[in-house]
Ligand binder design. Structure first.
Ligand SMILES: Cc1cc2nc3c(=O)[nH]c(=O)nc-3n(C[C@H](O)[C@H](O)[C@H](O)COP(=O)(O)OP(=O)(O)OC[C@H]3O[C@@H](n4cnc5c(N)ncnc54)[C@H](O)[C@@H]3O)c2cc1C
Length: 405
């Protein structure tokens, strides 16, 4: 069934009804529990139900992103696979960046297999000397005819070991000021000159990596935007990253706070003192305040272009998740200190924790990944509250003249 064939009954004229009909049609033709995962997600994409605010033909219907929530609720309730958890960096950040900056050819080539999870994506922004100050990065790209040659090192690259494609930002004009000399590419992670090395975390796992580029050649057609657009391309990615990490609107009392209330309710009656109940209750109230704040921020995001509001959810969810999981292992008592194994494994997904102890250890990264809490506070202070800016001595200087160690 194509979009234009949707019956023109009065009820079907509303966007909600149109989307609802398409979801019903999808679930009827491809019952999720009986359909192979890739086939189901491909059919979801083809009906414009992948990212409903994307253009028709590219996984969307050109409608309000608010409608995606209803789609997700309905397909997940029917047992559908979750594209975001299969390809978290791809779905939450790289897809939306390709939508805004990619050519028609790139959108046609990349978005469908990204959504189905046949091709995993990673984000190659951070470098050893450029994390929070990512615009100061040093990896170089030099044009050579129809190609660009890239040399340099990236770090903390989540899921690079599983990725087919990377969203890469490099410096192509060292004589421009730092934000202006950057260019973004789609890079083939299997291309000659790309080396991926594991980086081990305190959970014992190596979910992220160092990535080295040595004389790696990227076709000029794989630019996202134009040379020099890299900073603006990155802002699209980063704003989506913050929403993707912290902007979810879970059901009341769900997520990690549900874990805490479960652990609390299962404690022996004698261990439930009033002071601890008070602490659990305060965390529950913080989770609810964050949920309501995200609902409000979501209203401001109607056009699918998250602004600095995304930083509020990102910052608050990081601190909350850390505090909640710390309380969970507290309540577990001595069991909270038991950890299965520190054997190094290469996870097949990101941010999955099979034990509460691992979830606690993994949560320590929440206030670093996707931009640190301190940097989120700077953004909120400057762009939302209008406070005086951070000191930036290198803003007007060509990057090549900025002192570096
Ligand atoms: C689990 C995890 C996954 C990640 N995945 C990816 C990925 O897939 N791709 C990718 O590109 N990157 C990834 N990152 C990197 C992440 O974006 C950076 O770690 C983060 O931006 C911070 O950079 P940094 O580690 O270089 O710390 P730095 O920037 O060196 O910061 C060090 C400390 O200084 C503080 N600080 C720095 N500047 C300021 C300032 N102006 N004002 C106040 N305080 C400041 C910071 O808050 C921090 O406490 C990941 C990180 C983690 C932990």
């Amino acid at each position: 069934m194509t979009v234009t064939e949707t019956p023109a009954t009065p009820a079907a004229t509303s966007d909600e009804q149109r989307v609802d009909d398409l979801v019903d049609d999808l679930l009827a033709e491809f019952p999720p529990r009986e359909t192979p995962v890739v086939q189901f997600l491909g059919a979801q994409f083809d009906r414009g139900l992948a990212w409903v605010h994307f253009d028709e033909g590219h996984g969307g219907l050109g409608l309000s992103p608010k409608l995606q929530t209803a789609i997700n609720e309905k397909v997940f309730a029917a047992g559908a696979p979750n594209a975001a958890s299969r390809n978290p960096i791809g779905y939450g950040m790289c897809g939306p960046t390709v939508k805004v900056w990619g050519s028609d050819e790139q959108k046609a080539r990349y978005l469908r297999p990204l959504f189905t999870g046949e091709e995993i994506w990673c984000q190659l922004f951070s470098e050893p000397g450029a994390g929070s100050d990512f615009a100061g990065l040093s990896a170089r790209g030099v044009r050579d005819g129809d190609e660009w040659i890239v040399n340099g090192q990236k770090v903390w690259t989540t899921l690079a070991h599983l990725s087919k494609w990377g969203l890469l930002v490099v410096r192509t004009d060292p004589e421009a000021v730092k934000h202006a000399g950057l260019t973004a590419f789609v890079v083939d992670m299997e291309a000659p000159g790309v080396e991926i090395r594991p980086l081990r975390q305190m959970t014992g796992e190596a979910e992220f990596n160092e990535v080295y580029f040595t004389e790696t050649r990227i076709p000029a057609a794989e630019l996202l935007g134009q040379p020099g657009d890299g900073w603006r391309v990155s802002l699209t990615t980063l704003m989506n990253e913050r929403v993707s990490i912290g902007g979810a609107i879970p059901k009341k009392g769900s997520g990690s706070i549900a874990v805490l209330t479960k652990v609390w309710s299962e404690l022996p009656a004698g261990s439930k003192d009033a002071a601890t109940r008070d602490e659990v209750m305060k965390l529950w109230a913080r989770a609810e305040v964050l949920r309501l704040t995200n609902i409000r921020a979501n209203q401001n995001r109607k056009l699918g272009d998250p602004g600095p509001e995304g930083s509020i959810g990102k910052m608050a969810s990081a601190d909350l998740n850390k505090d909640v999981l710390a309380k969970v292992v507290d309540l577990l008592g001595a069991d909270g200190m038991l950890y299965g194994s520190y054997e190094m494994i290469r996870p097949q997904t990101a941010m999955d924790s099979d034990t509460l102890q691992k979830a606690f250890l993994r949560s320590r990264a929440n206030s670093i990944e996707g931009g640190t809490t301190e940097v989120m506070k700077n953004i909120l202070g400057e762009r939302v509250l209008g406070l005086p800016g951070d000191v930036r001595v290198d803003r007007e200087m060509p990057w090549s003249q900025v002192p570096r160690n």
